[in-house]
Write a protein that binds this ligand. Structure first.
Ligand SMILES: [Zn+2]
Length: 349
């Protein structure tokens, strides 16, 4: 079967690969659609970041070269002998997170985690074998394309839960890339009345407005903190940092009201120079999230199933596996108007 395989930085190859034997607790998924994620792009542009290139990953037992893709959904074709709750023909979205599972789920991920599609073979291919526990049944109302969007959407649902949002809260989202966009959707679903999106790209800001931002601010044209405080003089209740750089980190704190919450959602590629007195002086609380718990992943499926969350608007292109480098990774690197690109595998509904 054909697969998009990561060999190294700027070296992603579409080539023939054998599917590994199905284990007793695994299901074999015929991949329908798979999304390209910002973390995939990091691996392509400056990897290895997470990909195990030196030694085998502890949780997957695998090592590069690996098939990428951790945002995918498909139809179960076959199940292992110990699989209990899933059968052939079921439509599933994959939660790619693997943990040791020794701790309560809200802290389990901090005990170490790996990702299907980053630390082990993933979904940019025809078939993927995944543990039954990582396959979530999709309701009738959701397509397999929707299923491929559950993973990024779940990141935003977790971030909004972390913020302890209330109806009527005011929100600022720093960064209108794919995760910024789903954060806007999640904040809106959680009852935010004002959602201010900030970015340097007009095209991204337009998209943010389309998806529910009430106000957009181009941080390149104007001081974002001054602009936010013109709209909300005491600052916002909650700020989400989804850009991952020093200026937005500080701005997100400055834009938040006293005892309000700033949530770090992004992955910081570099350390920053920062004085914690910014918190002491402002009374802002800073917290963070990484990925999502299994409960949050299931809630995201449920919320998408009822239509309370609908991230379809983040899709900016659908491409073929053969074109994944040029029309996928290179397009995302060079064109800021791109948000989520889906790769068509079986292409089933
Ligand atoms: Zn992702």
């Amino acid at each position: 079967m054909k697969a998009a395989v990561w060999y190294g930085k700027k070296d992603l190859r579409v080539e023939e690969r054998e599917l590994k034997p199905l284990k007793d607790h695994e299901v074999k998924v015929r991949v329908g659609w798979a999304g390209i994620c910002g973390s995939d792009l990091h691996e392509y542009e400056e990897g290895p970041v997470f990909m195990p290139s030196e030694a085998k990953d502890e949780l997957t037992g695998e090592q590069t070269p690996l098939t990428m893709g951790h945002e995918f959904a498909g139809v179960v074709e076959e199940v292992g002998s110990e699989v209990k709750n899933i059968k052939a023909g079921d439509r599933v979205a994959i939660n790619p997170t693997l943990t040791h599972g020794n701790k309560p789920e809200i802290v389990d991920i901090y005990d170490g985690f790996s990702f299907i599609g980053l630390h082990g073979d993933g979904g940019f291919t025809t078939y993927a074998n995944v543990p039954e526990a990582n396959a979530y049944l999709l309701p009738e109302s959701m397509t397999l394309q929707d299923g491929a969007l559950v993973e990024p959407m779940a990141v935003a649902v977790q971030a909004v839960k972390e913020a302890d949002m209330q109806f009527g809260d005011t929100v600022a989202v720093f960064g209108a890339g794919p995760i910024g966009l789903v954060t806007i959707l999640a904040a809106k679903a959680a009852g935010a009345t004002r959602i201010i999106a900030l970015d340097l790209s007009e095209k991204r800001l337009e998209k943010a407005k389309e998806l529910g931002a009430t106000d957009i601010i181009n941080s390149g044209d104007t001081d974002p903190v001054v602009a936010i405080r013109k709209l909300e003089k005491d600052g916002v209740d909650v700020a989400f940092e989804v850009a991952g750089v020093e200026p937005t980190f500080k701005q997100a704190i400055d834009a938040t009201k006293a005892r309000g919450t700033m949530v770090i959602v992004s992955i910081f590629a570099k350390s920053i120079d920062w004085n914690p007195m910014q918190l002491t002086g402002s009374g802002v609380k800073v917290t963070s999230t990484i990925a999502y718990s299994p409960t949050t992943f299931q809630q995201t499926v449920d919320l998408m199933g009822t239509g309370q969350l609908n991230p379809r608007g983040i899709i900016t292109d659908k491409i073929q596996l053969d074109d994944i480098v040029d029309k996928g990774f290179e397009a995302l690197s060079n064109d800021k108007s791109q948000a989520k690109i889906l790769v068509e595998l079986s292409g089933e509904k």
